[in-house]
Design a protein. Structure first.
Lengths: 357, 512
């Protein structure tokens, strides 16, 4: 267990936005909350999963809803903490620590907000290793762990416990319905996990990894070096394409933002075209019509100059971007993992082939 | 005959032009003065001397960086009470939360957070705390605060909370200036609230300044109504604009690009504006600069203002050329000291201007002083400049085909006549006063950015268009001339039903 400096949370915000692979929502408002809390004297602690006893309980938290609503109904540590204490009351047991559901995007910082209010440590890890659009796209679901109970808290005095669900899909449907009813933004505490489950099935070390990516970007900017090179170096990533957004098409289906972006090559990629398909996050990329990179490999789109991540909602005509691939956590690459989060899970009839293979 | 006066108040120069129909009849350049208005009065006097018909102009437009500079330099800012309506939501992130501390200290007089606001679908979040608002208004009056910014959750979709707050403020403290966030911004509470707070702290300065502008105009014998240019290349009547000083942020580069479009007679083109220190490259679509998508910081404050998407290069007439150890162009520049320090003006610094004179691109200063520059050095430097421009132009292009490039600014002689990826380089008359021309041709706009539910895409766009047209007319546009220049629709993930965020912008001529 070690204290986390506020500078590390700043780095986490940058790294997590890159690991968001286009989704997960911007970490900016969560970061502002953390700056406020640290100004008030809070210091969060990061805990290695190995420090958990097998029968400890860990709260897995996330903010659920539409990123756009989150830009108006600003995220608040109290609501996040409320979802956790509700779960404790429901279970009649106390949590030992909190952990992030997804390290990609704003949800990377949500456990720190809850931890600050509840004086609990944050586990270094998550259960996606990136961001994904659906509840069953986690390492816990891949391992067939129980998906209930779930608590959901609204900033008003509204709260919901989903006591049971027949499947991950049912859990997604029921909780989504409740979330929409309270204005499409809510804080959630997912099914509680034992220390043993965390140690065996979580994607461990991803918080440290996100901090490291952010730190590399910051160091490169300070040294006037290419921040994208810095990311590729710390994560052993691959530069897939560089160019200018030429066309962008979006549509909402079944509550997701789907679409495609076409990029015309610049510099070394001049004369080539890259097409990206997304469902909240980037799912598949084609170079000159041939599949080049696909989920669960992480497909990240960065501003070519500044190195900042660009979300699927903020992609726009004319932006100069670089597409990179980062390696996915090994659990996502197993046959069962590919079933949950491979290209077919997103509706693309493609056999998964990693760019790192 | 339709006559318009365009004035651009820049950091160094105040330019004025007279436009008769579509012809630039006169153009003058005078130094900007610390009090701004003296410079305007002098520019207008010079303009009237050149073209007495300027007195009969039907409209005068001023573009100014005065308000941006006030924020950046932290001067002449008023103290503001911030009213946020949206509790219990957002309690942990109060107004001014992401401001630089020095600026917040100057501006923050009082922070009030009240229950109220709306959901994304227009339902109330919780009932509006009118009683709390009334108590706050009395405190604001008692504290002698003269400007208030009000921001409510989802006010761009349902402004009733902000309107009710304004009504209470009018009753309790009628002399206070009130800025409502939904009049200024798009979705994104903090950024919209920041815009309202910046506006509120500038409002007294804006009223004072626009009134001084009007006096300067009248003192010059010009009776035309005064308009102020905004960052999107359109204008507002001065009496409306003085309530919205934040809209003038970054209007300078916009005016320069719009002026280039007019002078080059192109609506779809790239524009290169070569100044003394930097070169800005932008892209025109439908005669307006393409907007940057990024969050824009003004004096360290995060906002979502409409700003032109520009690529800035460290290349201008005053850019230094180093010859040892290797040939390098810039990025350092002698700036406004060009006329003292450049070789051709008797100085001892080799600048890009000296290279251009040696190559015969322009005749400036004493040509003999650069006669000894080696031909190889001149050729190599010009090749380097060409490469910088070609690279920049390519980065700003939005499609692969060759595009026309309009060259403006005092250093436009640096732009080669032929460039890779460019169909033609247009060197236009009056290019040195393109900013003022851009101000003179400005139109009036209206914009709406809203979420619509359970409407077809066409219905949502039609509804947004009607609302945008109403806004444009309120700002001084002639309804019959309104045109849609931008339509953007973004389906929203996770929202129920068929939710579509729709943004429509219309522009039209000034109503006579």
């Amino acid at each position: 267990m070690r204290p986390v400096a506020v500078e590390e949370i700043e780095s986490l915000a940058i790294g997590a936005w890159i690991l968001g692979t286009g989704g997960g929502g911007s970490p900016y408002l969560a970061l502002l909350n953390m700056r406020q809390l640290y100004r008030q004297g809070v210091v969060c602690r990061l805990m290695d999963a190995s420090e958990l006893a097998d029968d400890d309980l860990v709260a897995v938290v996330s903010n659920m809803g539409a990123p756009l609503v989150g830009q108006e109904r600003l995220t608040d540590p109290k609501t996040m903490a409320l979802a956790v204490t509700m779960m404790e009351e429901y279970l009649g047991r106390k949590f030992r620590a909190v952990m992030s559901l997804e390290i990609g995007g704003g949800n990377s910082i949500q456990p720190f907000m809850a931890a600050a209010m509840l004086d609990l440590p944050v586990i270094d890890g998550d259960c996606m290793g990136r961001a994904f659009p659906e509840a069953q796209m986690t390492s816990f679901a891949i391992h067939d762990l129980k998906m209930y109970p779930l608590t959901l808290a609204d900033v008003r005095d509204n709260a919901v416990v989903v006591a049971r669900a027949a499947s991950w899909k049912w859990m997604e449907r029921i909780s989504r319905k409740a979330c929409v009813e309270v204005g499409s933004i809510a804080s959630t505490c997912k099914a509680p996990r034992t220390g043993k489950e965390i140690k065996e099935y979580a994607i461990l070390g991803s918080t440290t990894k996100a901090i490291g990516i952010g730190r590399a970007v910051q160091a490169a900017r300070r040294a006037h070096c290419d921040p994208i090179d810095a990311v590729l170096e710390v994560e052993a990533g691959i530069r897939i394409f560089s160019g200018k957004i030429h066309d962008i098409a979006r549509r909402t289906t079944e509550g997701f933002l789907r679409g495609t972006a076409t990029i015309e090559g610049l510099d070394a990629f001049r004369g080539h075209t890259f097409k990206l398909a997304f469902q909240n996050e980037f799912a598949v990329g084609w170079l000159d019509g041939l599949p080049r990179v696909m989920t669960p490999d992480l497909i990240c789109v960065l501003d070519t100059v500044a190195g900042d991540a660009i979300g699927t909602e903020t992609l726009r005509y004319g932006q100069r971007v670089t597409v990179i691939a980062l390696p996915a956590p090994p659990i996502l690459l197993t046959p069962k993992g590919i079933e949950h989060v491979g290209p077919r899970a997103f509706g693309y009839d493609l056999d998964f082939r990693s760019v790192f293979a | 005959m339709r006559r318009r006066i365009g004035i651009d108040v820049g950091g160094t120069n105040t330019d004025a032009v007279l436009l008769e129909e579509d012809v630039v009849a006169a153009g003058v350049k005078t130094p900007t003065t610390p009090d701004v208005t003296t410079g305007i009065t002098r520019a207008l006097a010079a303009l009237v001397a050149q073209a007495p018909a300027a007195r009969d102009a039907q409209a005068a437009m001023i573009g100014t960086t005065h308000f941006t500079n006030a924020v950046v330099q932290r001067r002449d800012l008023g103290r503001v009470a911030a009213v946020r309506i949206g509790l219990p939501s957002g309690a942990s992130l109060p107004p001014f939360v992401d401001w630089p501390e020095d600026l917040a200290e100057l501006v923050r007089a009082e922070v009030v957070m009240l229950e109220g606001g709306h959901e994304f679908d227009g339902r109330p979040l919780v009932p509006f705390d009118a009683k709390g608002m009334r108590e706050a208004a009395r405190r604001i009056r008692a504290a002698g605060i003269r400007s208030v910014a009000v921001a409510a959750v989802f006010s761009p979709l349902n402004a009733s909370g902000e309107e009710e707050a304004a009504a209470i403020l009018r009753e309790e403290c009628p002399e206070v200036a009130v800025t409502l966030s939904h009049r200024l911004g798009r979705i994104g509470l903090l950024e919209r609230e920041n815009a309202a707070l910046l506006n509120a702290c500038l409002i007294e300065l804006a009223r004072k300044t626009t009134r001084a502008f009007t006096l300067a105009l009248r003192a010059s014998g010009i009776a035309a109504p005064l308009y102020l240019t905004q960052n999107d290349g359109t204008v507002m009547l001065a009496e409306v604009a003085e309530e919205y000083p934040v809209y003038s942020f970054a209007s300078g580069p916009t005016n320069s690009m719009r002026g280039a479009a007019f002078l080059g007679k192109r609506d779809e083109a790239l524009v290169i504006d070569v100044g003394g220190t930097t070169t800005d490259i932008g892209s025109l679509r439908h005669g307006f600069p393409r907007e940057a998508n990024n969050v824009v910081e003004i004096g360290g404050v995060r906002t979502l203002f409409r700003m032109p998407d520009l690529l800035s290069l460290g290349l201008g007439g005053g850019t230094r050329v180093a010859t040892a150890p290797a040939l390098t162009i810039g990025p350092a520049s002698v700036g406004y000291r060009l006329t003292e320090q450049a070789l051709v003006f008797g100085g001892d610094v080799l600048t890009v201007t000296d290279v251009a004179v040696a190559a015969g691109l322009i005749d400036l200063g004493d040509r003999k002083r650069v006669a000894s520059l080696p031909g190889k050095l001149v050729a190599e430097a010009l090749a380097r400049i060409r490469a910088m421009i070609e690279e920049g132009v390519d980065r700003m292009k939005t499609d692969a085909g060759d595009a026309p490039l309009i060259a403006v600014g005092g250093g436009s002689f640096l732009v080669p006549a032929r460039l890779a990826g460019v169909s033609e380089v247009l060197n236009v008359p009056h290019q040195a006063v393109a900013n003022a021309v851009g101000a003179a041709i400005a139109q009036v706009s209206g914009e709406v950015d809203q979420i619509f539910q359970d409407l077809t895409r066409d219905e949502a766009i039609a509804r947004a268009r009607r609302a945008a047209e109403d806004k444009a007319v309120a700002a001084g546009a002639d309804r019959a001339t309104l045109d849609v220049v931008e339509v953007e629709d973004l389906p929203l993930a996770y929202l129920p039903g068929n939710s579509l965020r729709t943004r429509v912008r219309v522009v039209g001529e000034i109503a006579r």
